[in-house]
Design a protein around this ligand. Structure first.
Ligand SMILES: *[C@@H]1O[C@H](CO)[C@@H](O)[C@H](O)[C@H]1NC(C)=O
Ligand SMILES: *[C@@H]1O[C@H](CO)[C@@H](O)[C@H](O)[C@H]1NC(C)=O
Length: 390
C-alpha cells in the first residue's frame, strides 16, 4: 500500500517530463526587417547557485545550446545561432523577412557541460510589421574591429548607432541587420591579438544620407579604393577608435524612389517581319523509300534464313559422321584394354618363374637397423608390445 503511494508521484513526474509540459515558454515579438537579438543566458535555463552558497564563487558553468524550429531539425532561414565559447552566452539573431510574418516556435535545449543537466525552453516568436515611418535609406558598414558576438548585446549596438549619428543627419537611426563577415565570404583571421572576424551592420533611417556618406560611397571613392588608396572621407570619423570601419566597403541603398515596374511584354501578331536576308530552303522533292525499306528488311532476312538452313543441315544430316567417330573411339579403347590385359599376364608369368629370395623386410622379427634376425620366441607373454629399437 505504502509502496503504491510512493510510486504515483514518481510516475506523474515522469509523464510530465515526457510531455515537455513544464518547458518554460516566453513570447517575443521580432519585427520584419529589423534586427532581432535574443540572448541565451545560462541563468535563465539552469538552476542558479544560491547567493552566498558554496558554489556562488565558482566559475560560470559551461553551457551550450541547440535551437531549432519546433518540428524541424534546424532554425528558420532568417534566424542564426552563435556562441563564442561554452562560458559565453549564446545568441539567436537575425532579421525576419515579410514571408516570415506570423508565429514561429523555437525550441532551445541547454546542456550543462559540467553536470550533464539539460533544460528545454520554448520561445514563441510573434513576427509582425514594424510601426513608425519607413526607413528607405539604408547603409551597410563592415566593422573590422569586432566579432559578431561583440555587437549583438544592446550596449555596443546602441553605441554604434549613436556614434554613427554624428556622420548622418541625427535622425532616427535603426539597426536593420547584423551579419558575421564569415557568413558573407569572410575568413577566420589568424590568431593574432586584435584580429577579428568582422561584422556587417546595416542601419536604416527615414532621413536622406549625409553628403559625407554619399562621398564615401561615390564612384570616385570606389575608384580610389580599387587603386589601393584611402577612400574619400570628408568628415571626422566619429566611430573611431572604438569601431574600425572598412570605409571602402560602405554600401548605400536608397529605397525612397520606387523601382520602375518591369515592362510587361506585349504579345505580337505571331507573324515575323519581312527580312530581305532570310531565304527559306526550297521545298524538298518527294522521294520513294519503298526499295530502300525492302532492301533493308529482306537482305538480313535472307542471310538469317541461309544460316538457319545451314545449321539445320549440320544438326540433322551430319549425325552419321558423329556415330562413325564414336565407333572408332570405342575400337581404340578395346585395343587398349586388350594390350593392358596381355601385358599383365606376361608380367605374372615372369614373376612366377623367377628364383629370388624374399626381401628381408618381409620376414618376421627382422631388425631394420642391425639386420639381425631373431628366431620367433615361444613364450609369447615376454614379447614386448613395442620392439626394442636399440
Ligand atoms: C540580413 O543579412 C543576411 C546576410 O547578409 C541576409 O541573408 C538577410 O536577407 C538580411 N535580412 C534582411 C531582412 O535584409
Ligand atoms: C571591400 O572593398 C574593396 C574595394 O572596393 C574590395 O576589393 C573588397 O573585396 C571588399 N571587401 C569585402 C569583404 O567586401
Amino acid at each position: 500500500m505504502a509502496a503504491g503511494l510512493v510510486w504515483i508521484p514518481l510516475l506523474v513526474g515522469l509523464l510530465a517530463g515526457l510531455g515537455h509540459a513544464e518547458a518554460p515558454q516566453s513570447t517575443l515579438r521580432p519585427l520584419v526587417g529589423r534586427i532581432f537579438v535574443h540572448t541565451l543566458d545560462p541563468a535563465s535555463f539552469l538552476r542558479l547557485p544560491e547567493p552566498g552558497g558554496p558554489s556562488a564563487a565558482a566559475p560560470a558553468a559551461r553551457v551550450t545550446y541547440h535551437a531549432h524550429l519546433q518540428g524541424y531539425p534546424d532554425l528558420p532561414r532568417w534566424l542564426r545561432y552563435t556562441q563564442r565559447g561554452p562560458r559565453q552566452p549564446g545568441f539567436l539573431y537575425g532579421a525576419a523577412t515579410p514571408e516570415d510574418r506570423g508565429r514561429q516556435v523555437i525550441e532551445v535545449v541547454a546542456y550543462n557541460r559540467d553536470s550533464f543537466e539539460t533544460t528545454r525552453q520554448r520561445l514563441v516568436l510573434l513576427i509582425g510589421d514594424p510601426e513608425g515611418p519607413l526607413l528607405p535609406y539604408q547603409a551597410e558598414f563592415l566593422v573590422q574591429s569586432h566579432d559578431v558576438e561583440e555587437v549583438l548585446p544592446s550596449t555596443p549596438a546602441s553605441r554604434f548607432v549613436t556614434a554613427l549619428g554624428a556622420l548622418w543627419e541625427p535622425g532616427e537611426l535603426q539597426l536593420l541587420n547584423i551579419t558575421s563577415a564569415l557568413d558573407r565570404g569572410g575568413r577566420v583571421p589568424l590568431p593574432i591579438e586584435g584580429r577579428k572576424e568582422g561584422v556587417y551592420i546595416k542601419v536604416g533611417s527615414a532621413l536622406p544620407f549625409s553628403t559625407c556618406l554619399k562621398t564615401v560611397a561615390s564612384p570616385d571613392s570606389h575608384a580610389r579604393c580599387a587603386q589601393g588608396q584611402a577612400p574619400l572621407l570628408p568628415c571626422y570619423d566619429a566611430l573611431a577608435p572604438h569601431f574600425r570601419i572598412a570605409w571602402c566597403n560602405v554600401s548605400l541603398v536608397d529605397l525612397s524612389v520606387p523601382e520602375p515596374a518591369e515592362k510587361q511584354p506585349t504579345p505580337g501578331d505571331g507573324v515575323l517581319e519581312h527580312d530581305p536576308f532570310f531565304c527559306p530552303p526550297t521545298e524538298a522533292t518527294a522521294r520513294d523509300f519503298l526499295t530502300d525499306a525492302l532492301v533493308t528488311l529482306l537482305v538480313p532476312l535472307l542471310v538469317a534464313l541461309l544460316v538457319a538452313l545451314l545449321l539445320a543441315y549440320i544438326m540433322c544430316c551430319r549425325r552419321e559422321g558423329r556415330l562413325k567417330r564414336d565407333l572408332a573411339t570405342s575400337d581404340i579403347q578395346m585395343v587398349h584394354h586388350r594390350t593392358i590385359h596381355g601385358n599383365t599376364e606376361e608380367l605374372r608369368q615372369m614373376a612366377a618363374s623367377r628364383e629370388v629370395p624374399r626381401p628381408l623386410s618381409t620376414l618376421p622379427m627382422f631388425n631394420v637397423r642391425t639386420g639381425e634376425q631373431r628366431p620367433p620366441r615361444v613364450d609369447s607373454a615376454q614379447v614386448p608390445l613395442i620392439l626394442d629399437q636399440r
